[in-house]
Design a protein around this ligand. Structure first.
Ligand code: PMP
Length: 449
């Protein structure tokens, strides 16, 4: 009799519990004083019923407290795209925090201008400001856009994610209406009042929504990466830029994940021309970092505005933003780790990853597809890659996700929770990718029995 997905999942959960007694015990203990039993509640997103506890991580390898070693294709959901604790970043952190001393002094260091120059070279935007997270970069970009345009609304794509930013937590429902995202926690007001939302790749809907004349900025990823990967169709991004210009709306491109597309993200790879570019996660090589780049024109418009408090409590800024440690880590990451050469290797590995997964999909006749964006690849349970966030959402299968994540974790491979995403870092090897294929094929074979 064929084993059901339910049965396979039960078996994998039992194996996970049996082989991770120390993580299970640590989780039980943590429940006494940590809300939800975890340092941050999203860590409860785990296929096995409890999280693995980290012992250490170097390059593309993670070890847990039960002594298992993993090939890490999750890489902190892009936060560790430079690899874990890359040597140049470790050295920069040691130097800045240890030898020279001083992380958060309320004084600039000369590293910051170097980072600004390097980000300008890569992404094309000339003027930069820093944050500690991509969420804050987006929040502050939104405030600046509202200030400059005098317009109230922000437009996003359905099933986007840009961090816990109030204005982005809405979707297009199956009847085509904008509605708050399910489970939206304590929204200050219904996001439908602050935002407009359209499906990715839908220029007609974008034109319709912008024609109201009340949208300060479109905030978007150049390819969706938080509902599988949804790539732009030919002409779509040019259309977005033309429509935003036509309607006096600013374009904010969030490259936090799409940075995988190359040293200058999709913006450089595809010749995009945003007014603002936001980024976080990987650029600090594991040290909290983020920032936004402004076009010269927009920077001049902001500076010309009277009465904006950009120095004190005006709503843009954070005490530790741009701190010396974060900036030193960004400099080392950009100058020495996530280099052009590293991206070329990472892209070749992601292509190898996608080819191997596609081969298994074909041989086992699975109704799945895989999409690649530079150094990242993600499979989705739909025969052809989705065109919109809504289509991709409809192809979700949480039980199948859990089964694959657990099957792989039980055999030494970590995929990204919330995704079926695999990311390559400079330390990932062909052997790592091939090991994934071997185990992925075994998981597929069990499903097809
Ligand atoms: N932008 C994008 C595209 C993201 O995927 C995320 C997080 N997954 C964020 C912003 C927010 O990043 P953080 O939680 O590090 O602030």
């Amino acid at each position: 009799m064929p084993v059901s997905l339910d049965g396979l999942l039960r078996r994998e959960r039992a194996l996970f519990l049996q082989s991770h007694p120390l993580s299970a015990a640590a989780y039980r203990e943590a429940g006494r004083h940590l809300f939800g039993g975890v340092p941050m509640t999203w860590m409860n997103k785990t296929a096995g019923g409890f999280p693995l506890y980290l012992d250490g991580a170097h390059g593309a390898r993670v070890t847990d407290i039960d002594g298992h070693e993993y090939v890490d294709l999750c890489l902190g959901d892009t936060g560790a795209m430079a690899g874990h604790s890359p040597e140049p970043v470790v050295a920069a952190v040691r130097r800045r925090f240890g030898e020279q001393g001083g992380a958060t002094v309320m004084l600039p260091t000369t590293d910051a201008a170097r980072v600004g120059a390097e980000l300008s070279r890569r992404f094309g935007l000339p003027l930069w400001s820093f944050s500690l997270t991509a969420t804050d970069a987006n929040r502050w970009a939104i405030r600046l856009a509202r200030a400059v345009t005098g317009r109230p609304k922000i437009l996003v794509n359905s099933y986007c994610y840009h961090g816990s930013v109030d204005e982005v937590l809405l979707v297009v429902d199956p009847s085509g209406r904008a509605v708050s995202r399910e489970g939206n926690v304590g929204a200050p007001v219904d996001p439908v009042l602050t935002s407009r939302v359209v499906e990715f790749n839908d220029l007609g809907a974008l034109a319709r929504e912008l024609s109201h004349g009340d949208v300060a900025a479109v905030l978007m990823e150049p390819a969706l990466t938080n509902i599988g990967i949804v790539l732009p169709e030919p002409g779509y991004l040019d259309g977005v830029r033309a429509l935003t210009r036509e309607h006096g709306t600013l374009l904010i491109i969030d490259e936090t994940h799409t940075f995988s597309a190359g040293p200058g993200g999709c913006t450089a790879a595809w010749n995009l021309d945003p007014d603002v570019l936001t980024i976080g996660k990987a650029i600090g090589g594991g040290v909290p970092s983020g920032g936004y780049g402004l076009s010269a024109g927009l920077a001049a418009r902001i500076e010309a505005l009277e009465g904006l408090d950009l120095v004190d409590m005006g709503g843009v800024g954070g005490t530790l933003a741009g701190n010396a440690l974060s900036v030193a880590a960004m400099r080392a990451t950009l100058e020495e780790v996530l280099t052009d050469e590293a991206f070329a290797r990472m892209h070749a590995l992601a292509a190898r990853f996608a080819d191997g997964v596609q081969d298994v999909i074909t041989r086992y006749a699975l109704p799945w597809s895989i999409t690649t964006l530079g150094a990242r690849a993600e499979y989705r349970f739909t025969p052809s890659p989705p065109r919109t966030g809504g289509e991709s959402h409809a192809a979700s299968d949480p039980a199948l996700d859990d089964y694959l994540h657990l099957y792989l974790a039980n055999r030494g491979i970590l995929l990204t929770p919330f995704h079926n995403m695999a990311l390559m870092c400079p330390a990932t090897t062909e052997a790592d990718v091939d090991l994934h294929h071997e185990i992925f094929e075994a998981a597929a074979a069990e499903l097809s029995r």
